[in-house]
Design a protein around this ligand. Sequence first.
Ligand SMILES: Nc1ncnc2c1ncn2[C@@H]1O[C@H](COP(=O)(O)OP(=O)(O)OP(=O)(O)O)[C@@H](O)[C@H]1O
Length: 231
Amino acid sequence: MPACATSVPAPGAPHVLEADGIQLKLGNRVLLSDVYLRVQTGQVVGLLGRNGCGKSTLLQTVFGARPVADASVRVNGRRVVPAYRQLGLLNYLPQVPLLPSQLTVAAAARLLEVDAAAALRNFPELLAQKNQRAGELSGGTARLVEVLLLLHANTQFTLLDEPFTGVMPVHLETLAEVMSHLKTRKGLLLTDHRYEEVLALCDVVYLLHDGRLELLANPREGLRNRGYISG
Ligand SMILES: Nc1ncnc2c1ncn2[C@@H]1O[C@H](COP(=O)(O)OP(=O)(O)OP(=O)(O)O)[C@@H](O)[C@H]1O
C-alpha cells in the first residue's frame, strides 16, 4: 500500500509514531508476537532485551526495511507503510556501519542536508576530521559521526540501533546531552546494551523478551527483577 500523507496533530500536541500488530516467525520460532510500540516527539524511548531477541528486527520493521504481513505503522493515527517513504518522517541507523567508506564526513552531511559544523560542534575533534573519509575514521568515531548526522537531520523521528557501540565514555555523556536537547524537536527510539546510559537517558523503556514487548513502568526495578541488571 502506498504511504499516506501524515496527519497533523493539534497545535502544541506531539507527533506520535506507533507500530502495532507486529508478528514475525522465523521457522518455528516466534520472534515478534503482536508487538505494540509507541514513540512521540519530545521522548527518548529505549528498547532493551537479550542478544538475538529481535530488537534490530523490530526497528527494521518500524522503518519499513523489513516488510511484515499485517503490520501497521501509524503516524498521528494514519497508516504509513513503509514508513521510510514518507518524506521527513524518520531516519534509521542500522547496527552495521551506515556511511560508505569512500564518503567524507562533510559530503555525508551534505547528502543528509545537515549542517556539519552544527551537528559536530560539541565534539571539536570530530569537526577537525570532517574532510576525512568514513573508512579512515576509527570505529567509535565513525559511529558517533553517523549518530550525530542522523540526529541533526530534519526528520520527526530517529531510530538508532546501538548508537553507543564503540563510543568512549566521555563522548557518551556529551552524546546523551545532545539527544536530550534534540528530543525537544523529535522523537528518538534507540536500542543498546549500555543499560545504564539507556536508563539515564530514556523517558520510556520497553523490554523485548520471548517475542513480547513489555512497557516497563519502573525500568530499573523491572530489569533487576528479571535478572537483566544487578544494581
Ligand atoms: N534474515 C534472517 N534470517 C534468519 N534469521 C534471522 C534473520 N535476521 C535475523 N535473524 C535472527 O533473528 C533473531 C533476532 O535477531 P536481531 O538481530 O533482531 O536480534 P537483536 O535483539 O537485535 O540482537 P543483538 O542484541 O545481538 O543485536 C536472531 O536469532 C537472528 O539470528
